[in-house]
Each structure stands twice: as structure tokens, then as C-alpha cells.
Design a protein around this ligand. Structure first.
Ligand code: SF4
Length: 179
């Protein structure tokens, strides 16, 4: 991380319920400690439209479930030093992965036809194309740190960010740092 300026932190929301981001906010006053020592440069919690060219740490919530998720996580990987699979949906595909055994056609049929009473129709515009499977993030791009939990606790999130911002290696089982 650059010594001349604060490290930069981003968070990204793929196919998740936002519960992991809610747990981030659950750090309460410790969030001031984290974001005094770093700059939040991209997140659904703030109104920045474009992912920066160079980000030090990014927490990625959710599985990779559609074409938009895939494009976004590849861009994030390309421009991020330390990418964290943030929560069980990112680590294992968890809840989004429950649709995998059924296939996409059955899911679209259920969502847009069986559960609809007026004008049932599968959307062909605006809604991104589903991938055949909802995938854990590490099966698509390299992951540096795995932070499991549904959601990970606020204590765990704080400890990991505190470690990273202090230049310490987070003690998380499965972390690439530990190899
Ligand atoms: Fe929601 Fe749990 Fe998935 Fe986080 S890991 S996005 S809390 S379902």
C-alpha cells in the first residue's frame, strides 16, 4: 500500500442478500476507525459510479450468478491488490447456489410464469443473463482472503480490515497469505 496516501477500500455486491454489507455496518463506531485510516472509494454504501483503477482492498459479497456479476468481478480482480471473498455466498455460493441442481429454465419458469398472475413473461432486456450455475468467487477469479459466515460477524470483519490496514497478515484459514 502507498505510504503517501491512505489505503483504498472498496466493497462490491454480486448475488447476495446485502446481509454481509449490513454486518459491515454493524461494526458500529469501529467503522469510523476503519474509514479514518482508509478511503472508501467504491461501494453500494456510497455514490461512486466507477470502479477505480487501483484499489488496495475489496470485499466481494455474493456469488457470481449472471453475466453482469462475471464482468464486474473480473474487472474488480484486475484493479484490486487484495480481493476478499466476503461471506458464504462468495466463498461457497451458499443460498444463490441452491438453484444450481434445478437449472436456469426451471428458475425462470418459477419466477416469471408460475408465480405471476398478470402477463407472465420471461424478460429478454435489462435483466442480465443467468449463468448456468451460481459460482463461488474463487472459481472465477483468484481470491486472496476467504471470510466465511452468513454473514461474517462484525468482529471478524473489523479484525480482518484492522489487520490488513495495519500491514498484518489476517489469520483466516484458507487465506492465500497462509500458504
Ligand atoms: Fe446474505 Fe448470508 Fe449470502 Fe451474506 S452470506 S449475502 S448474509 S445469504
Amino acid at each position: 500500500m502507498s505510504e503517501s496516501k491512505k489505503p483504498t477500500v472498496a466493497t462490491v455486491w454480486l448475488d447476495g442478500c446485502s446481509g454481509c454489507h449490513m454486518s459491515l455496518l454493524d461494526m458500529d463506531e469501529r467503522i469510523l476507525d476503519i474509514f479514518t485510516r482508509s478511503d472508501l472509494v467504491y461501494s453500494p454504501l456510497v455514490d461512486f459510479k466507477d470502479y477505480p483503477d487501483e484499489v488496495d482492498v475489496c470485499l466481494v459479497e455474493g456469488a457470481v450468478s449472471n453475466e453482469d456479476d462475471l464482468a464486474k468481478v473480473k474487472k474488480v480482480r484486475e484493479h484490486t491488490k487484495t480481493l476478499i471473498a466476503f461471506g458464504d455466498c462468495a466463498v461457497t455460493s451458499n443460498v444463490p447456489g441452491m438453484r444450481n441442481p434445478m437449472g436456469t429454465e426451471a428458475v425462470l419458469e418459477r419466477a416469471y410464469h408460475e408465480n405471476v398472475t398478470i402477463n407472465p413473461m420471461t424478460p429478454t432486456q435489462v435483466i442480465p443473463q443467468l449463468l448456468p450455475m451460481a459460482k463461488p468467487v474463487h472459481t472465477v477469479v483468484d481470491v486472496d482472503v476467504f471470510l466465511p459466515g452468513c454473514p461474517p460477524s462484525a468482529d471478524l470483519i473489523y479484525t480482518m480490515l484492522d489487520d490488513l490496514l495495519s500491514g498484518r497478515v489476517p489469520e483466516v484459514v484458507g487465506s492465500r497469505f497462509g500458504r
